[in-house]
Design a protein around this ligand. Structure first.
Ligand code: FES
Ligand code: FES
Length: 951
């Protein structure tokens, strides 16, 4: 018998009577049910703080507070009670003004938490603010916390009367040039007030007749044959409408993930929508339960019985390529992708290394980094009034996902419409269509609207991860420190499916050893299938794995040569005209300017570390060079539309997916600048984006491409618009005048990378080529402290001196910097998804708290406008998460002499390294990894059996 209870609560100052299930309902369930959806539920298990409310004066996480422990007549304050549009609290205004809102999913929880802090302590220090957020488990995955702490400090100062309210507001530029200023995001207001409807909020308010879906994820093993799926008991459970297994999927059940690399030994790795014959990884889904409520669907999903016959599990690259390992994909060897890089007289490398004054060898491993967006995976599907299968989800590849899904579900891609929901970030995992294909399949089979919400743990096991890398490298230089030769073998584990494997190979082949002047190179970049979670894009895609190898070995060589690692890098950094490792000139390099700007920062950091360490707490400074490309390659293109509206405002439409990175502010800033002659203000530009039915296809939010590709397309459309609006006397036509003269009010723009001369794919036999039009460059200086008694490491500061051209929306660019660097700190020191039992939730997977990310992150721009990008700016996001983690590893070496070969760094590794240092005078490197075949015989085989490259 279910028992309910009436309860009076004073919510945001008003007494309200509610009916609750005291045993089952949580406080967040109840408050969200009455429409207070500013309370966001991310983890649902008390570790992210998104659901924070104030209960009887105490800050609590409402997702774990059962109603039986909430006393009647309790007082509750939620974000809705703190402030609303038109009556914002200073904290909300400060979050907007300081650029503290990116995806915004965490923002209401942070604001409520900060409100509770300021009630207790009106004048906290920055450290106290951080400690408060750490203690109350407020996690932000986007901002790196810095701008959030800035906002709390500013709001507190205003509330104490020590700063003016004017500081909370953006002052429009006097010259009308918004570009390059800290213009607030157009979506920030909805986010700081809790009014923005994310996927979970939409699911909560679906119309009648919606089916609720729950996945059956056996979570027993990484590799097994499926013997039987027994749904009989589950089908009889209350509210169950239908249970789908693979046989019900109307198409091929295969998500498209082709690899057209000429050396790929598997042209089309298969990922099933619902696993049929085999479990290939821990998070595979075998069935989907559809019921009248979420609770009924979940209860029935738990009752589905799955019988499995275990197979050997290959959970890392070396295991999967070892002799005798079973094939994970049918008809393909596990080591299936290869891209060589051969430059100069590479056959002489053993001789060159022998005769060089200094040479080093090392083997390195980077981890399976989880993206850990605070919002997990939530979506809906239904048929729209035109009969189109419509999916609302977090996709960052709206149009591409239509094609990925179509074959699997037996549909014409033109009959699929995808709309992006307001999104609580993804950082790359939402390029995959795997989860939306599940939801869409349910609508295709039943004809009904369907809502599918993963728990955070289900999402963690289901979504792709950054591919872990294993590398063996050798590097040599002459007496003066000039690099003479580089040899590397870099393999990555892409799980059982290999999403975007070809692009990953290309990025590894570009960035391992980049951006140095190295005359002779032999490199192998390899991919292997394994039974761990599948590889998917993640900010910096391919770069962090490559830099783990090359920026570590360069640091080792500098140490061996007795040259300061900063100066060693400066000596070898590419100058204009130098060839990269792909034997083509570096594009628009600005490295010497970076070093010039960074040098005083570096030596100041060295001085700080020299003067502040103790015998126990050692301090050190590390350096790394990094960067990334803009756009996805030769075939990249983007289309946009600008519409003049009846009130003479402008609507911009494209598929610049808003992941929290700043698509909306990017569209706004570029449109304002492109149409500057019209004298528009921000409120006169409307962002109407991310619906594949109504918006031109401007491609994915990936590869730091959006600003450049969308921006150039907007410029094209803006030129047409201005030419049409311009009258002979130089003034501009209004909408009414356009209509009266039968002139168009809608203007399309397009940009295509075909305009760039000299773009060519990498040669599959040599790695020669130049597939990408422009790059960003950066230099990291990291400061750490190492506790030599406990082995604990803390990153205490980070400078990033960077060249991204000319920044557009300043707060957003900085936000990408702080956020990317915070992920690099986590990548180096804590984050992992290796142990599926331990890493299933955010905390266990090592998400950095506000106290783990340094308060001092300083980003320094050099002004180096790009030739063919909008207003001289290229992209920025991926660069900020390229090699910062290696700067931290190199700082650990500087601090205590322990060289780190594997991340994330553990205190055991530090203590072990210190013991080795004491006993032998050096850190013992790991044995070289087995990569699947001998390095030199593989190179000879490549040379003896060339394949045809792409045209
Ligand atoms: S702590 Fe409640 S949703 Fe994460
Ligand atoms: S802005 Fe904090 S999680 Fe996205």
């Amino acid at each position: 018998m279910l028992q309910f209870e009436k309860i009076w609560l004073r919510i945001n100052g008003a007494d309200r009577m509610l009916l609750v299930n005291p045993e089952k309902d949580t406080l967040s369930d109840v408050l969200r049910r009455i429409g207070l959806t500013g309370i966001k539920v991310g983890c649902g298990t008390g570790v992210c703080g998104a659901c924070s409310v104030i209960l009887n004066g105490q800050l609590v996480r409402s997702c774990t507070r059962k109603m039986k422990s909430v006393k009647e007549y309790s007082e509750i304050l939620t974000i809705e009670g703190i402030g609303a549009p038109g009556r914002l609290h200073p904290l909300q205004e400060a979050f907007i003004a300081c650029g503290s809102v990116q995806c915004g999913f965490c923002s209401p929880g942070f604001i409520v938490s900060a409100y509770a802090l300021l009630m207790k302590k009106p004048d906290p220090t920055r450290e106290e603010v951080r400690e408060w957020f750490r203690a109350h488990r407020n996690i932000c995955r986007c901002t790196g916390y810095k701008q959030i702490v800035d906002a709390v400090m500013l709001a507190a100062a205003v509330m104490r009367g020590e700063a003016s309210e004017g500081e909370l507001r953006y002052a429009p530029p006097e010259d009308g040039r918004y570009y390059g200023t800290a213009i607030p995001r157009p979506d920030a207001l909805a986010k700081v007030t809790g009014l923005c409807n994310y996927g979970g909020d939409i699911s909560q308010s679906m119309p009648d007749d919606t089916l609720y879906a729950a996945i059956v994820q056996p979570k027993k093993t990484h590799h097994a044959n499926i013997i039987a799926i027994d749904t009989q008991k589950a089908e009889k459970m209350p509210g169950v409408y239908r249970i789908l297994t693979a046989k019900d999927i109307p198409g091929s059940n295969k998500l498209v993930s082709s690899s057209s690399h000429p050396r790929a030994k598997c042209s089309s790795p298969v990922q099933k929508v619902l696993a049929d014959k085999k479990i290939s990884r821990y998070g595979d889904v075998v069935a989907l339960v559809l019921a009248d409520t979420n609770a009924h669907a979940r209860a029935a999903a738990a009752a589905v019985q799955v019988e499995l016959d275990p197979l050997p599990e290959y959970l890392s690259y070396p295991e999967a390529v070892a002799p005798g390992a079973l094939s994970i994909q049918e008809n393909a060897p596990n080591q299936w992708g290869l891209q060589p890089v051969l430059k100069g007289d590479y056959r002489q490398i053993p001789e060159i290394m022998k005769s060089s004054d200094f040479s080093v060898q090392g083997s390195f491993h980077s981890s399976r980094e989880p993206h850990m967006s605070v919002e997990g995976d939530v979506m809906q599907s239904y048929y729209d009034p035109n009969g189109m299968l419509t999916i609302q989800c977090k996709s960052q590849l709206l149009n591409g996902n239509r094609f990925m899904i179509a074959g699997a579900l037996g549909l014409d891609p033109n009959k699929i419409r995808i709309i992006q929901n307001p999104t609580g970030a993804a950082f790359g995992w939402a390029m995959s269509a795997a989860s939306w294909a599940l939801c869409a399949a349910a609508t295709v089979v039943t004809g009904m609207p369907v809502s599918l919400s993963f728990t955070w743990e289900e999402f963690q096991h289901f979504s792709g991860k950054r591919a872990p890398s294993y590398s063996n490298a050798a590097l040599s230089c002459d007496r003066k420190g000039h690099i003479t030769a580089f040899q590397y073998d870099l393999g990555v584990d892409i799980g059982p499916f290999g999403g975007f494997g070809e692009g990953l190979l290309e990025r590894m082949a570009i960035f391992c050893g980049w951006p140095y002047r190295i005359p002779v190179v032999a490199g192998l970049n390899r991919l292997a299938f394994t039974n761990h979670n599948f590889e998917i894009t993640y900010r910096g895609f391919g770069g962090p794995q490559a830099f783990t190898c090359s920026e570590s070995i360069i640091d080792m060589l500098a140490a061996k040569a007795g040259i300061d690692p900063f100066e060693f890098r400066c000596l070898n950094a590419a100058l204009p005209g130098d060839l990269n490792l792909n034997s083509r000139p570096y594009r628009e390099p600005s490295l010497q300017e970076l070093f010039e700007k960074a040098r005083p920062l570096y030596y100041a950091a060295k001085e700080r570390s020299r003067t502040s360490g103790t015998e126990r707490i050692r301090r050190g400074v590390g350096v790394s060079l990094g960067g990334y490309n803009c756009s996805t390659g030769r075939t990249d293109n983007a289309e946009v539309r600008l519409d003049v509206l009846p009130d003479d405002s402008i609507a911009v439409s494209n598929t610049w997916e808003e992941m929290g990175q700043g698509a909306n502010i990017g569209n706004l800033t570029i449109t304002l600048e492109a149409l500057k002659e019209l004298g528009l203000t921000p409120d006169k530009v409307h962002i109407r984006t991310n619906d594949t039915l109504t918006c031109p296809n401007s491609g994915p939010a990936a590869g730091s491409r959006s600003h450049m590709m969308n921006g150039n397309a907007i410029l094209d459309a803006a030129e047409k618009l201005l030419n049409t609006l311009r009258k002979p006397d130089g003034s501009f036509r209004t909408y009414s005048e356009l209509v009266a003269e039968s002139l168009p009010t809608s203007f399309s723009g397009r940009y295509d990378n075909k305009v760039h001369e000299g773009l060519e794919p990498l040669d599959p036999n040599t790695g020669e080529g130049s597939p990408l039009p422009t790059y960003m460059y950066c230099l990291y200086i990291s400061e750490v402290e190492v506790d030599t008694e406990t082995g604990d490491v803390r990153c205490t500061g980070m400078d990033c001196v960077c060249d991204i051209g000319s920044p557009g929306a300043l707060d957003s660019v900085l936000g990408q910097g702080y956020g990317g660097i915070s992920h690099s700190v986590g990548f180096a020191l804590s984050e992992n998804y290796e142990d599926v039992k331990k890493h299933g939730n955010m905390l266990g997977a090592g998400v950095p708290t506000a106290c783990d990310v340094p308060d001092r992150i300083d980003i320094h721009f050099i002004d180096h406008p790009r030739m063919f990008t909008p207003f001289g700016s290229c992209g920025c996001s991926e660069m900020f998460q390229s090699s910062g983690h290696v700067a931290i590893l190199n700082a650990i070496y500087d601090a205590c002499g322990v060289r780190i070969f594997e991340i994330p760094v553990t205190s055991e590794a530090i203590l072990d390294g210190l013991r080795q240092l004491k006993e032998t005078g050096a850190t013992v490197p790991p044995e070289p990894y087995y990569m699947g075949s001998d390095f030199w015989s593989t190179i000879e085989d490549v040379v003896a059996h060339p394949v045809k490259g792409k045209k």
